[in-house]
Design a protein around this ligand. Structure first.
Ligand code: HEM
Length: 501
């Protein structure tokens, strides 16, 4: 999953010759509709400005680079790679509505995600038409809706308790390593199905090969037979498909009351509007794509939440105090046992805001992209109007959106209270002020699930252990497709005298 910004630029230059022909044809076709627009196009980042970005670019500092451009060009601007490849950036909630809410015929993923077809299979995602993809989204939404989360919560909490029961009285661990392993176990149990637990290492190994298939060369040439990682990715996908197809087949032979109510089963039970059931290949493809969407996002957020809490005593103390309070409130017995884990986790507003704030400062998806299928007009906060032509790639930089100074007070500071009663800063600029989970039509369907599992982990850690961050506060490793805390995140732990859960 190595994808450095520097190598991106080199490769982008290398492929210009190829994209030139395609872009010229596309622009030629669209010229008629573009003629009707009577607003100017967005300001274009010129060569001098791009050269000025080079030092930041070589430091791989994406937020600094975006910030520099925002300060100089405002909330709507276009980067043009010698006039052939045009990316228009929309910064801030005022200019983001079309990005998130425009019709599929106006703004869509286009072919930007073609590279994901050989990862998950041609039966799902960007391998199928819009109507089928919408039906698949419905299946996933159903599998992750609150009534289903109430079913997933007990196995989730069980995995968390089993995992930390293996820790000693005190010790030192790498938080990144520990939380990644734990989240994989939770995913195995609640999403993939417990059958995979017997071949868990093999599933993880094959999944890693699929992830390693995401690189710049495969992005531009996803089907090229001469790229070795493409070969390994395809072999791994076939193996995973075979593993999941076997599980689906065996589940279909079992009585309904003998199968688990995990996400895999929801997808097996899903029906298209015409009554048709999902196929083995569709279920396998959907489950692999869910693993991809859930794994790094949740792991990195859990680690950032920990790193932030362990360096902010005030919020750590508030989160621990909340634990004591909600445990008392939800304990069915004097030994502090919780019966309704769903309500228990839902009641942790402070912890929720601590995670939300970690996500504001460290969004796992720092930039979202679409393709403009039709030209559209954006109006900035200052009242300027621009016409963005069809054919442009449109980018929404979450990494800057989450830092707007007129929305977030002292935006660079970790301050979970900004989401609390009386402040609610994320509501100030309307519904696109906080976009760590995206927004509108394509927003994250796993948000509730993600919060639930991260809360289950941190609720247990805060209630049962005293923790101390030994490493310096981690820098962000921007060289990864999903940016992550750089290096090991070493933490010491000591079991509290009286475990609360
Ligand atoms: C902290 C954790 C997570 C973050 C920050 C996150 C963030 C996002 C974002 C920003 C998008 C929108 C991408 C776009 O519009 O281009 C997205 C989409 C998606 N996420 Fe998440 N995600 C997280 C966890 C999860 C989990 C746990 C699951 C599944 C269990 C999941 C499933 C999905 C799916 C299926 C989509 C595609 C939705 C669609 O296109 O209709 N995510 N996520």
């Amino acid at each position: 999953m190595e994808l450095t910004i520097r190598s991106a630029i080199y490769l982008a230059i290398a492929i210009i010759a190829i994209t030139a022909a395609v872009t010229k044809i596309a622009r030629g076709r669209r010229r008629t509709s573009d003629l009707a627009c009577n607003r100017p196009p967005p300001p274009v980042v010129n060569c001098f400005a791009l050269l000025g970005l080079l030092p930041t670019l070589f430091r791989n500092d994406l937020p600094a680079m975006m910030h520099q451009l925002y300060i100089k060009f405002g909330s709507v601007f276009t980067i043009s790679v010698v006039g052939l490849l045009k990316v228009t950036f929309l910064v801030g909630p005022e200019v983001s509505a079309h990005f998130f809410q425009g019709l599929e015929s106006e703004i869509s993923h286009g072919n930007l995600f073609e590279f994901s077809v050989p990862m998950f299979g041609k039966e799902v995602g960007h391998g199928v038409d819009d109507a089928t993809r919408n039906e698949h989204s419905r299946f996933v939404v159903d599998a992750l809706k609150p009534t289903r989360l109430k079913i997933h919560v007990d196995p989730m909490v069980q995995e968390v308790e089993n995992y930390f029961a293996k820790w000693g009285q005190h010790g030192t661990i790498d938080l990144k390593y520990e939380l990644e392993r734990l989240l994989l176990l939770i995913t195995g149990r609640c999403i993939l199905g417990k059958e995979v637990m017997t071949m868990f290492d093999e599933v993880c190994k094959q999944f890693r090969e699929i992830e390693n298939g995401v690189n710049l060369t495969s992005f531009f040439f996803p089907y090229s037979p001469v790229i070795p990682s493409n070969h390994r990715r395809d072999r791994a996908r076939e193996k995973l498909h075979s593993i999941f197809s076997d599980i689906v087949r065996s589940r279909k032979l079992r009585q309904r009351d003998q199968v688990d109510k995990d996400v895999l089963q929801s997808l097996i039970d899903s029906r298209y509007k015409d009554g048709r059931p999902t196929t083995e290949a569709e279920v396998s493809g959907l489950i692999i794509s869910l693993l991809f969407a859930a794994k790094h996002t949740s792991t990195h957020t859990s680690v950032w939440t920990g790193a932030r809490l362990l360096t902010h005593d005030k919020f750590l103390a508030a989160a621990v105090a909340e634990q004591d309070h909600v445990v008392k409130k939800h304990s069915a017995t004097t030994d502090g046992r919780i019966i309704d884990h769903y309500s228990f986790l839902m009641d942790m507003n402070m912890l929720h805001n601590c995670i939300k704030e970690a996500l504001r400062l460290h969004p796992p998806a720092p930039m979202m992209v679409r393709q403009a299928q039709k030209q559209f007009i954006v109006r900035t906060r200052e009242g300027d109007e621009y016409c963005v032509p069809a054919g442009h790639t449109i980018a929404s930089p979450i990494v800057i959106n989450n830092h707007m100074p007129y929305i977030y007070k002292d935006a660079h500071l970790y301050d979970p209270d900004r989401f609390g009663p009386g402040r609610e800063e994320d509501k100030v600029g309307g519904k696109f002020s906080y976009t760590s989970f995206g927004g509108g039509r394509n927003s994250c369907v796993g948000e509730g699930y993600a919060y639930m599992q991260i809360k289950a982990i941190w609720s247990h850690l805060l209630g049962n252990f005293e923790l101390r961050l030994l490493s310096p506060f981690p820098k962000t490793d921007w060289s990864k497709l999903v940016p992550e805390p750089q290096g090991e995140v070493m933490v010491s732990y000591k079991r509290r005298q009286l475990p609360t859960t």
